[in-house]
Design a protein around this ligand. Structure first.
Ligand code: NDP
Length: 237
């Protein structure tokens, strides 16, 4: 049976690195993001057989129609990676409600919607594997990131509960929780200052997180797990 993986947020950063690893392993990939041109470029560099789709994960009708399109063109999804995410960092008292909603809708509701659509088809296939990309701040919290932390903490609770719900259907659900990683999301941070607090002394690279995602995606006896990939940051915060 073909291994068909939908990677939401697969056009850039961590999701794109996951796509590069999975393409080498023979998966058929759906690269999903809002910006279709960037997604097409990411899919194109993987070689043949992979397709790009435009979708806002926060919109249920978008997610549903995207799964229908993926099934039509690539086959039924049996692997799902949720790497779509945004941050709007600020102290809570300065955070606009619209920025709270945007983070919760993209990071948490978005993953719920894609998981719901994926589980429906995975149940029919009696197999499936899902990896949701959380964050170390979802476990530890971080000043200036209360809403983002809540979205990622919620993702852990959601993923563990879903793992229990679907285990009997041979569907696994796991989380990778990265620390600071070199992507567009972190390009404006003060790296020199922040890396002093990281035991391994540096930010991570997308490919280093991607290896953890692929490990969980393919580990047949692991479910409900949260794998931290943070250069040791969790040891000290
Ligand atoms: P990037 O900003 O590099 O990439 C984000 C990806 O998500 C892009 O492909 C983007 O494409 C897509 N995306 C964003 N919003 C939506 C949406 N509403 N619908 C569909 N796709 C969307 O981020 P990273 O690679 O750094 O982040 C990947 C995940 O890892 C995120 O969940 C992030 O929270 C998490 N993370 C990142 C860390 C880091 O240090 N970089 C640390 C901890 C966690 P487009 O804009 O075209 O939609």
């Amino acid at each position: 049976m073909a291994k068909v993986c939908a990677i939401f947020g697969g056009s850039r950063g961590i999701g794109r690195a996951v796509a590069q690893l999975l393409a080498q392993k023979g998966y058929r990939l759906a690269i999903v993001a809002r910006n279709l041109e960037v997604a097409k470029a990411a899919a194109g560099e993987l070689g043949g057989g992979h397709l790009a789709f435009s979708c806002d994960v926060a919109k249920e009708h978008d997610v549903q129609s995207t799964f229908e399109e993926i099934e039509k063109h690539l086959g039924r999804v049996n692997f799902l990676v949720n790497a779509a995410g945004i941050n709007r960092d600020s102290l809570l008292v300065r955070t606009k409600t619209e920025d709270m909603i945007a983070q919760l809708h993209t990071n948490l509701l978005g993953s719920m919607l894609t998981c719901k659509a994926a589980v429906k088809t995975m149940v029919q296939q009696q197999r499936g594997s899902i990896v949701n990309v959380g964050s170390i701040v979802g476990l530890k919290g971080n000043s200036g990131q209360s809403v983002y932390s809540a979205s990622k903490g919620g993702l852990v609770g959601f993923s563990r509960a879903l793992a229990k719900e679907v285990a009997r259907k041979k569907i696994r659900v796991n989380v990778v929780a990265p620390g600071f990683v070199h992507t567009d999301m972190t390009k404006d941070l003060n790296e020199d200052h922040l890396k002093k607090n990281i035991p391994l002394g540096r930010f991570g690279e997308p490919i280093e997180v991607a290896h953890a995602v692929v490990f969980l995606l393919e580990s047949p006896y692991v479910t409900g797990h949260v794998l931290v990939v943070d250069g040791g940051l969790q040891l000290i915060i």
